[in-house]
Design a protein around this ligand. Structure first.
Ligand SMILES: *[C@@H]1O[C@H](CO)[C@@H](O)[C@H](O)[C@H]1NC(C)=O
Ligand SMILES: *[C@@H]1O[C@H](CO)[C@@H](O)[C@H](O)[C@H]1NC(C)=O
Length: 439
């Protein structure tokens, strides 16, 4: 006859077993992906030549210019996939510019005037501009991975009339230890002398490359990564979000300091919004870095507003507020992507033996019955949300628009949307895609 203690201990062990097994099972399904990756929608895309090994693409929408962050050393520093050998990072990267008004024209490589030192760009973002027409100058923020050092953020000015890129300054912080993607904030906390905006940065991991805890973070896919906010007037950064699972893309949403975050290893796309929850904890009195006056700053209090369980490995994300278009780019099979990354680390220019494709999805709004998770009313003919508003709410659902098994294009790194078109960059392909996502 087993004792009560033994029964209780066995029950607890079973519970712990299930609690560990289920998330691991979920990750395995997410990383393995479907057995067959379908091919459709490639006729919407054309490949634009120019850059290779790109980690990010963003569109400055007033100018309708795409900027890509590309680096021949990217195969030696794929920190998001934890595949790297920093000693091999010799060649510098660059920003490339692509004019969406001149569709099909190649992208052009930009040199940075006044910049010296290693340049290995990851995330890019632009200071929001109120100019409706053509701004004379755009402030660009770029995450720069200097080998064996802490990543930093470079502030650059772009002058569209002369297609010239000029170095302004470098922003460093101990909180940028695994900095990856960046999103400028539309907060009025803008540096008064050089127009540097405040911004958010994601750390793709919770620990840096040399920290032994990172091994466990990778092995068990722990949600340990963070979100950092930099206040440009105070010249101070602080972590404002925790427990992310490989946050691979961030982009500003409708309101000030509200953000869409893609958690690649979580399979979700989340909306976070800043709230003042406690002035006592969020307010800080500082001497401003620009005018040297005492000012009071409020650190964002990031609250989750929405979680989209997409069940796919979203590596890139973009949102166009004017058209309310949300798009993602995903790895259909993360494991295949990592296999390609490992081969490329070994031999950058050899064709990989594994195929790692992509899926481009667009979010659509559907009415959903309260308490349910599926857009049932699509089948429900008598449904009218206007008449029964309390029983239904609108929810976003991601639906694939273009999918490729890697035969034509793959290993995506980011997506940018503008006026019914989407640019897709890739970590290991030559060139990038310019696709129509119009209905
Ligand atoms: C592209 O076209 C738009 C709309 O006509 C215009 O506002 C923008 O300045 C153009 N971009 C460039 C780089 O000329
Ligand atoms: C990485 O983290 C370890 C342990 O926290 C620390 O000792 C080391 O200085 C960090 N290295 C960098 C480059 O940030």
């Amino acid at each position: 006859m087993p004792s009560t203690t033994l029964l209780v201990v066995s029950a607890l062990a079973a519970l712990v077993g299930v609690a560990v097994y289920l998330p691991m099972q979920r990750s395995t399904t997410l990383f393995e992906g479907p057995s067959v990756v379908e091919n459709f929608g490639m006729d919407r895309c054309k490949r634009v030549s120019g850059p290779a090994f790109c980690d990010d693409v963003r569109v400055q929408r007033n100018l309708n210019l795409g900027f890509l962050a590309c680096d021949p050393s990217l195969p030696y520093r794929n920190f998001a996939a934890s595949v790297f050998d920093e000693a091999k990072m010799k060649e510098d990267g660059a920003l490339w510019v692509y004019d969406l008004n001149k569709s099909g024209s190649p992208a052009e490589k930009l040199t940075i005037k006044g910049f010296e030192g290693p340049f290995h760009p990851s995330g890019i973002s632009f200071a929001p501009t109120s100019d409706d027409g053509t701004p004379a100058r755009v402030v660009i923020l770029v995450v720069n991975h200097v080998p064996l050092e802490m990543p930093r953020v470079e502030v650059l000015y772009y002058y569209p009339a002369r297609k010239s890129l000029v170095y302004k300054k470098t922003i460093s912080s101990e909180h940028f230890f695994a900095a990856n993607k960046i999103a400028a904030s539309s907060s009025p906390m803008v540096h008064q002398h050089d127009d540097t905006p405040s911004f958010f940065v994601t750390n793709d991991h919770g620990y840096n490359l040399t920290d032994w805890k990172r091994t466990y973070e990778e092995k068990y896919n722990l949600p340990a990564a963070s979100l950092v906010y930099y206040n440009a007037r105070a010249d101070l950064a602080q972590e404002v979000g925790w427990r992310f699972q490989l946050p691979s893309a961030i982009v500003a949403s409708h309101e000030d300091d509200s953000l869409w975050v893609a958690q690649a290893k979580g399979g979700t796309v989340d909306l976070y919004k800043s709230h003042v929850l406690s002035v006592e904890h969020q307010e800080q009195r500082v001497r401003s870095a620009d005018t040297r006056e005492p000012i009071s700053i409020i650190w964002p209090g990031m609250m989750n507003e929405e979680i989209m369980n997409t069940k796919i490995f979203n590596v890139g994300l973009d949102y166009e507020p004017e058209s309310m278009t949300l798009v993602t780019i995903s790895h259909p099979k993360w494991n295949n992507y990592v296999a390609v990354a490992k081969e490329k680390l070994h031999s950058r220019d050899a064709a990989p033996t594994t195929k790692a494709g992509f899926i481009l999805s667009k979010a659509n709004l559907y009415p959903v019955r309260v308490g349910e998770t599926r857009p049932k009313p699509r089948k429900d003919v008598v449904f009218d949300p206007e008449e029964t508003p309390r029983r239904y709410k609108y929810k976003l659902f991601l639906e694939p628009l273009i999918s490729n098994d890697g035969s034509d294009f793959g290993t995506p790194s980011a997506i940018a949307v503008s006026g019914g078109r989407a640019l897709v960059s890739s970590g290991y392909e030559q060139g990038f895609l310019d696709c129509s996502i119009a209905p």
